[in-house]
Design a protein. Structure first.
Length: 186
């Protein structure tokens, strides 16, 4: 084996779609287990998700950020809500020209007739979730003050070009597995 071949990293191509929930967490755990068994060095992952549960997204972010595989993330359509946090675990990130991102504060629905102490617990949980997700956002992206202001009270939508300016993506580019590459759905 030549020195160049020894340095060549083993790459694989995946798609990950759906709600960010315990099922997705389980699927990702299983997929990364297979990746490590197969000696995958770099996993290219196309993410398509409108979000889901904050704790599951944070778990995936922490797990993928520290896995023994380098993750390259792609947005070919929509990555929204807590799925943005999952997406930010990639060491390199790309988005198609027509892709969109959306970030917002946490929200919940209280049971009808909920007592003030129960509402307080919900509010404190939402504040804790917002603090956790915002720290990750601020670690990876730089939004303009007016964008942070929108994020404070509403949904903030970003085009691929906006995401590039904010540092959310490395480049505008499509998920394009090479001819003959095996594509696996997580």
């Amino acid at each position: 084996m030549s020195e160049d071949q020894a340095k060549e990293k083993k790459e694989a191509w995946y798609t990950l779609s759906g709600d960010v929930n315990s099922d997705m967490v389980h699927r990702v755990f299983e997929a990364v287990s297979h990746m490590t068994d197969e000696g995958i060095d770099v996993a290219h992952v196309l993410v398509q998700s409108n979000g889901g549960y904050v704790s599951d997204g944070l778990c995936l972010y922490n797990f993928l950020s520290n896995a023994p595989v380098e993750f390259v993330m792609y947005n070919g359509g929509a990555v929204a809500s807590i799925a943005v946090i999952l997406y930010l675990s990639g060491t390199r990130r790309y988005a198609s020209e027509t892709a969109r991102f959306m970030v917002h504060k946490s929200h919940a629905t209280a049971s009808p007739g909920a007592r003030p102490d129960a509402l307080n617990i919900i509010v404190e949980g939402l504040r804790a979730d917002d603090a956790r997700t915002e720290s990750i956002l601020r670690k990876h992206i730089e939004l303009a003050p007016e964008q942070w202001a929108i994020h404070q009270y509403s949904d903030l939508h970003l085009t691929a070009r906006d995401a590039k300016i904010a540092g959310m993506i490395s480049e505008i580019g499509d998920f394009a597995p090479p001819k003959g590459a095996h594509l696996s759905n997580i």
